[in-house]
Design a protein around this ligand. Sequence first.
Ligand SMILES: C[S@@+](CC[C@H](N)C(=O)[O-])C[C@H]1O[C@@H](n2cnc3c(N)ncnc32)[C@H](O)[C@@H]1O
Length: 248
Amino acid sequence: MDLPRSFTIRESGHRIHNPFTSEKLALLGRALSPAPGTRLLDLACGSGEMLCTWARDHGVTGTGVDISTVFLANARARAEELGVGDRVGFVHADASGHVADEPVGLAACVGATWIGGGVAGTVELLRRSLAPGGIMLVGEPFWRREPLDRATVEGCHATDKDDFLPLPELVEEFGRLGCDVVEMVLADQDSWDRYAAAQWLATRRWLDAHPDDELAEEMRADLAAAPARHVRHQREYLGWGVFALMNR
Ligand SMILES: C[S@@+](CC[C@H](N)C(=O)[O-])C[C@H]1O[C@@H](n2cnc3c(N)ncnc32)[C@H](O)[C@@H]1O
């Protein structure tokens, strides 16, 4: 069980595997301002940047769960680098169905709601780990503009227009799931560029260093198509944000 290597090649330079910059991640932390000692469960934690920086900045403790051995190695190294290795831990596991041993004050799934079969299932999953009065964090794409054709839907890595909602409908959906939306920080087009465009340089450098790798042809085709796909489709049509939710 591991993330396909093409992902870890493209995102080898990323600490945050979503369209947030470190400033936006820090802004979300300041907006929530968790009390020191708050436990954070981060499902599909990637390289653990949220856990590690919030442990440093706010004194949270907690656990990240992810299937990527490469990202988890990054996370453990980052925890040591920031001096928070005694406060955070990382588990290599499928996060679908993962519930904390003890209830947590913050339960997160940022950019991987497929682990719960969608937003509703992910909210249900996070709820199972949540202490009374705790906050769930859900990172999710939404349509900034209505996609008008199939090419746009596919260019945004969706299989169907209904895979994502427009922002107002997404916020209303959280309400239907019995949640108050208590905070949110949204990506913008520039922060999308940091997520998407940084993958192009990482891919090009990897191709130059590994011309004979079995993935070289696939990664070359990916690099040839990705920039135009991003500016034509993703950058214009797809929004993304992290929504902080509390049970009503
Ligand atoms: C878009 S990235 C988001 C990572 C992290 N939350 C962040 O924002 O930096 C999606 C992550 O989901 C992880 N992932 C995918 N399927 C998973 C699963 N079934 N269980 C746990 N992690 C999973 C991937 O390895 C990857 O790290």
